[in-house]
Ligand binder design. Structure first.
Ligand code: HMG
Ligand code: MG
Length: 305
């Protein structure tokens, strides 16, 4: 199973507090210690649009100067080709780019129509191939949109077919506002599996209505092995009203460990990372973070010897 920590990008992009580069780097060190397979470090967005991530270059410089840069795969988000120009100055193995199924959300988020974003993604994919970078394409608002409401699986399939034609290394299905039911996850994964390999599919779930773990479980049953989460359930999307946090990575890891999908639950490292998050002034919001802080230690082991 493959976990991507998106705290430093999706987690921080919507927080009221803007952390300093040093605070972000300190968090990076704690997250890297947890042993996740990939970390999304930052976003090369316009600083006026997402001021919380205005230090993308400074943070990337700091991260790549650290030996921890080699401890897992590193990814950064690019909202457009200008963002990719900025990313390629660093040694990121992965770029992540975006299109939404909902045209309204696409326009609010990156100030371009869905069709224009798809055209740009085609060029981004070619450029990533030339530059030797792997590309994840997020398809957002797959299950629901703050402006257009329920999204149909037909529409998802249409957009996903175009995205798949660019042959990215991974497609991440984004439940941008955290409304997916397990049945929707099943339906959409079934549609995607008709033309896209499940081993190149990731689930990027938000947990606004508390259903993200249920969706992750359905995904696992259908063969998905790549999942995203953010420490303490931080995050949301600045352009998606009501979108609360990402699926908490500690809860995702806990589910994975208890279900036998993942050997390790890095208790000490996760607690330290959650403590580091809290020290920045951002309160971890997950139920498990609260339990761990109180000394909760139920990991399913038989204690009778
Ligand atoms: P725009 O204002 O339309 O940009 O913003 P433009 O192309 O009109 O250019 C205007 C100026 O911005 C120009 O500068 C450009 O060079 C500059 P000027 O000539 O005026 O001096 N510019 C840039 N500067 C720095 N970095 C760039 C860049 N691009 C243009 N990349 C833009 C378009 C995409 C930049 C803007 O809308 C933006 O930054 N949006 C960010 C949106 C965002 O980060 N949203 C959150 C991420 S998506 C998400 O969270 C969902 C996800 O988690 C999955 C899920 O949950 O579903 C991934
Ligand atoms: Mg997101």
């Amino acid at each position: 199973m493959h976990l991507t920590d998106v705290t430093l990008r999706d987690g921080l992009q919507f927080e009221k507090l803007t952390l300093t580069t040093e605070q972000k780097f300190a968090l990076f060190e704690k997250i890297a210690a947890c042993g996740f397979e990939r970390i999304e470090v930052t976003s090369f967005v316009h600083p006026k649009w997402v001021p919380q991530l205005a230090d993308a270059e400074a943070l990337s410089t700091r991260v790549f100067a650290s030996p921890l840069a080699k401890s897992c795969e590193l990814m950064a988000f690019v909202p457009n080709e200008k963002g990719l120009d900025r990313l390629v100055k660093f040694n990121f193995a992965w770029a992540s780019a975006f299109v939404a199924v909902s045209n309204s959300f696409n326009e609010k988020n990156v100030n371009s129509t869905r069709e224009a974003s798809l055209d740009g993604l085609g060029r981004t994919a070619q450029r990533c191939q030339r530059e030797g970078r792997k590309l994840r394409i997020y398809i957002s608002t797959v299950f629901g949109c703050p402006y257009e409401g329920l999204i149909s699986a037909d529409d998802v399939e249409k957009v996903a077919k175009v995205v798949a034609s660019f042959q990215p290394d991974e497609i991440a299905l984004g439940d941008t506002i955290g409304v997916a039911t397990p049945a929707q996850v099943r339906e959409v994964l079934g549609r995607l599996a008709k033309f896209w390999p499940v081993h190149k599919t990731a689930l990027h779930l938000h947990n606004t209505y508390g259903m993200a773990l249920a969706g992750a479980d359905v995904g696992y049953g259908l063969g998905v092995r790549a999942y995203d989460g953010a420490l303490g359930g931080t995050g949301g999307c600045p352009y998606a009203k009501g979108a609360s946090g990402n699926l908490a990575i500690e809860e995702l890891n806990y589910l994975a460990h208890r279900q036998g999908w993942r050997k390790k639950f890095p208790t000490t490292e996760l607690k330290q990372a959650l403590t580091a998050l809290k020290a920045t002034g951002i309160e971890p919001r997950s139920q498990l973070a609260a339990i761990l802080a109180k000394g909760g230690d139920w990991f399913g082991e038989n204690k009778s010897g």
